[in-house]
Design a protein around this ligand. Structure first.
Ligand code: NAD
Length: 360
C-alpha cells in the first residue's frame, strides 16, 4: 500500500475528490488515502486555510491528490496553491493536453504535454513599484551601468533564469518523455531578444538534450510556437517552457483540446508531487452534484503513472475516455446543449467510469 494525501479542497472540491477516489480505488491501485483539509471552509474553523497537519501529511507521503481550493479574497491569505508549490519547491508543472473523442473541440488528434518551469522567470515575484525608494535606487544603478535608460515613472519586474533552474526542468521534460515513450522535446524561448535569460535557457536546453540521444530535440521561438500550435499541433509532443510562456501556452493547449473539463495537471518537485485539475473551485456549483469530475480523475491517472502503477493508470484513462466517447453518462458541460436533461451528476458520471473499469 502506498500512502497518498487526499486534499479535499472547498467549493466543488469535496464532491469531485470523492468521485476521483472511488474511480482510482476501482482500478485496484493499492493506495491508502490520508484525507487532509484545506481551503476557505477550514479557515472559518481553524483560522488558517492550510492547517500544518495537511502540509505535514504531504511532506510525509510525498504525493497528494488535490481538489481545487478557493483563493480567499481580502483576508490577507495568499493563494494556498502558490504557497504549496513554493513550500515544497514543486518546480515542474505538467499539463498533458489530449483530444478525447466526444469532447467538442476544433481539433481531433492532439496529444501534447506542456512542461512549465514553476519557480523562476518574471513570476519569481521580484518586483519594484513605480516611485518607491528602492525602485529609484535600482533604476539609478541600472541607468549608470546600461546603455539603455529607464524613465522615472517605470515599475520594474525582474526575470531571473538560472542554469540550475533550467537544467532541472529540461531534465524533467526528457525523463518524462523517456518514461512515457514520447519521441520529441521542444524547448521554447525568445533567445533572439533576451540573450542573457532566454539565451541561457536555450544553451542549457541544448546541453541537457545531449544526454538523451534517443529523444529528438528542437527549439522554437515562442511567438512562432503559438502560430505552429494553432496550425500544426500534431507536430509537437513534449514542450518545455520557462514560467511565463508556460503559463500562457498551457492555456492555449488546453483550449486546443476543449478546455477545462478534461485538463489534468500536476506540480512536481524532488520533495513531493501534487496532482490537480486545472480548473478552480467553481463555488456556485458547490454541493450540487453537477460538475464534471473528469479533469481530477485524469489527474489521478497522471498520479498513478507517477507512482509507476502504469496498468491502473491506463485502465483509468481508458475508462474516462470511453464514457466521454459514448456521451451518455456525462455531466451537463459535455453535452451539446448545456440544458440537456439527460446530463448526469458528478457521482453518476464517476459510477459510469467505474462500470467501464470493472468491465475492462
Ligand atoms: P473555476 O475554474 O473555478 O470556474 C469557472 C467556471 O468554469 C465555473 O463557473 C464553471 O462554469 C466552469 N467549471 C469549472 N470547473 C468545472 C467542472 N469541473 N465541471 C464543469 N464546469 C466547470 O474558475 P474561477 O471561477 O476563476 O475560480 C474560482 C476559485 O477557484 C477562485 O478562488 C480561484 O482562485 C480558485 N482556483 C483554484 C485553483 C486550484 O485550486 N488549483 C485553480 C484555479 C482557480
Amino acid at each position: 500500500m502506498i500512502d497518498v494525501t487526499l486534499i479535499t479542497g472547498d467549493g466543488i472540491g469535496p464532491e469531485i475528490a470523492d468521485a476521483t477516489r472511488r474511480c482510482i480505488d476501482a482500478t485496484g491501485a493499492e493506495i491508502n488515502w490520508e484525507t487532509a483539509e484545506a481551503g476557505v471552509d477550514v479557515m472559518e474553523r481553524l483560522g488558517t486555510p492550510l492547517p500544518e497537519a495537511t502540509l505535514e501529511s504531504v511532506r510525509k507521503n510525498g504525493v497528494a491528490l488535490k481538489a481545487p481550493i478557493t483563493t480567499p479574497v481580502g483576508t490577507g491569505f495568499r493563494s494556498i496553491n502558490v504557497y504549496l508549490r513554493q513550500e515544497l519547491d514543486l518546480y515542474a508543472c505538467l499539463r498533458p493536453c489530449k483530444s478525447y473523442p466526444g469532447v467538442r473541440s476544433r481539433y481531433s488528434d492532439i496529444d501534447l504535454v506542456v512542461v512549465r518551469e514553476n519557480t523562476e522567470d518574471l513570476y519569481a515575484g521580484i518586483e519594484f513599484e513605480k516611485g518607491a525608494d528602492d525602485t529609484t535606487e535600482l533604476v539609478g544603478w541600472l541607468n549608470e551601468h546600461s546603455d539603455r535608460k529607464i524613465g522615472p515613472n517605470a515599475g520594474v519586474s525582474i526575470k531571473p533564469i538560472s542554469v540550475e533552474g533550467t537544467e532541472r526542468i529540461v531534465n524533467f521534460a526528457f525523463k518524462y518523455a523517456e518514461k512515457m515513450g514520447r519521441k520529441k522535446v521542444t524547448s521554447v524561448h525568445k533567445a533572439n531578444i533576451m540573450k542573457y535569460s532566454d539565451g541561457l535557457w536555450l544553451e542549457v536546453s541544448r546541453e541537457v538534450a545531449k544526454n538523451y540521444p534517443g529523444i529528438e530535440f528542437e527549439d522554437r521561438i515562442v511567438d512562432n510556437m503559438c502560430m505552429q500550435l494553432i496550425q500544426k499541433p500534431e507536430l509537437y509532443d513534449v514542450i518545455v517552457l520557462p514560467n511565463l510562456y508556460g503559463d500562457i501556452l498551457s492555456d492555449l493547449c488546453a483550449g486546443l483540446v476543449g478546455g477545462l473539463g478534461v485538463a489534468p495537471g500536476a506540480n512536481i518537485g524532488e520533495k513531493g508531487a501534487i496532482f490537480e485539475a486545472t480548473h478552480g473551485s467553481a463555488p456556485k456549483y458547490a454541493g450540487l452534484n453537477k460538475v464534471n469530475p473528469a479533469a481530477l480523475i485524469l489527474s489521478g491517472a497522471l498520479m498513478l503513472s507517477h507512482l509507476d502503477m502504469m496498468d491502473e493508470a491506463r485502465k483509468l484513462e481508458a475508462a474516462v475516455a470511453a464514457v466521454i466517447a459514448e456521451g451518455k453518462d456525462v455531466t451537463y458541460d459535455m453535452k451539446a446543449d448545456r440544458n440537456d436533461p439527460s446530463a448526469v451528476g458528478t457521482q453518476e458520471m464517476a459510477d459510469a467510469i467505474i462500470g467501464k473499469i470493472k468491465g475492462s
